[in-house]
Design a protein around this ligand. Structure first.
Ligand code: NAD
Length: 340
């Protein structure tokens, strides 16, 4: 257990169980130097408890980096509820989790994540105020898409010399909550869209509504385009796929796009500009963090504009140091999280 904490540099690891509801929950708090830890709650089945703890620790670390570079007064944390084999009352399980969060006195604030919904957050909210993305707060995805759109403009400017998206060919992998909203904005800005999704219905919608060109999922990464926007699952850029890319830049919403750190260096060596995923996709986190603090939509929109400024700063450092933007972003975040 302590080895996992040391590897991820976790501040604290909290466990709770409740035999009545079947709750087995882990809360990993990575770093609270900049503020209380904020991060989603996963509700998934795991092969064993160690894997669940490792997942929470790794994801909590990522949240600290994302919040730091998003300029939020927020630390990084993550919760995992191990999905029981038999569940009798989902609402009661999430209420028990709400009571667990309350015992931490605000050091951890939870949010929706894989396997959880805003209805689950509403159950949690019956026992604690340290919860975001409830039904009344709304879906953060449109804000993530807005941030990615602005980030694509900054990426086009840095790599292609202009942020005018008219006629730019953008490949979008995944037309879900974020990907479709992004496609709408890119279409409105005059970009030509090449799209893929495992769900043929989503692709059909983009073809009909946005004049997008459909591409088979297996072929999208190798299809020539100016900017590739991965908006599906993580790990899409790996040793096998990185050589297939035929784009000038990668800038998309998916979390953990790089299967390993060295892929960033391969992209750099190939002259493909990479927008660090946790910088460009931080719009949703900005939205939930600021909504939770009671900020206005105007203030949230103003904060979202900082995403492209941060990316531009990262690109400038990367160019000056001849390093991958992913390495530069990590170094900038670590300077904020571990000063001195
Ligand atoms: P979603 O589940 O709504 O959509 C994902 C879409 O990608 C689905 O339509 C799925 O069919 C498609 N897809 C999956 N694998 C694919 C493949 N190999 N080829 C083509 N399509 C594929 O998810 P979302 O909320 O839109 O999030 C998309 C990504 O962005 C995820 O990686 C998520 O972690 C990340 N992200 C989301 C938010 C947010 O606010 N929703 C915030 C930050 C990061």
């Amino acid at each position: 257990m302590f080895a996992i904490m040391e590897t991820a540099r976790l501040e604290a690891l909290h466990l709770a169980q409740d035999p009545t509801t079947g709750l087995k929950a882990i809360i990993a708090i990575h770093n609270t130097r900049l503020g209380p830890a904020l991060g989603g709650c996963r509700y998934l089945a795991y092969p064993d408890e160690q894997s669940a703890i490792r997942d929470a620790a790794r994801l909590a670390q990522g949240m600290s980096y994302k919040a730091a570079l998003a300029g939020l007064e927020q630390g990084g944390g993550k919760a995992v509820i191990i999905r029981p084999a038999h569940l009798s009352n989902r609402g009661a399980l999430f209420e028990a989790f709400g009571r667990f969060i309350e015992t931490l006195n605000g050091r951890y604030i939870t949010a929706m994540d894989s396997g959880t919904s805003s209805a689950d957050m509403d159950c949690i909210a019956q026992h604690t105020n340290h919860v975001t993305s409830t039904t009344s707060e709304g879906d953060p995805s449109p804000h993530t898409a807005m941030g990615v759109f602005a980030g694509i403009r900054a990426t086009a400017l840095a790599r292609l010399g202009s942020d005018d998206l008219e006629g730019l060919r953008v490949g979008i992998q995944g037309l879900g909550h974020v990907g479709f909203a992004l496609a709408e904005q890119l279409h409105a800005a005059g970009a030509e869209l090449l799209v893929s999704d495992l769900d043929a219905g989503r692709v059909q919608l983009a073809v009909e509504q946005l004049g997008a060109h459909p591409v088979a999922s297996a072929a999208l990464l190798g299809t020539p385009c100016d900017i590739l926007a991965p908006c599906g699952l993580g790990g899409v850029l790996n040793a096998e796929t990185v050589g297939q890319l035929r784009c000038s830049a990668v800038a998309g919403a998916a979390n953990n796009q790089l299967a390993s750190g060295d892929i960033a260096d391969t992209l750099q060596a190939r002259g493909i500009l990479y927008a660090p995923d946790y910088v460009i996709n931080s719009g949703g986190l900005i939205y939930v963090a600021l909504r939770h603090r009671g900020e206005s939509l105007t203030a949230i929109t103003a904060h979202l504009a900082k995403i492209s400024l941060r990316l531009t700063e990262v690109y400038a450092h990367a160019q000056a140091d001849k390093r991958s933007p992913a390495r530069v972003a990590d170094a900038l975040a670590e300077r904020l999280l571990y000063p001195g």
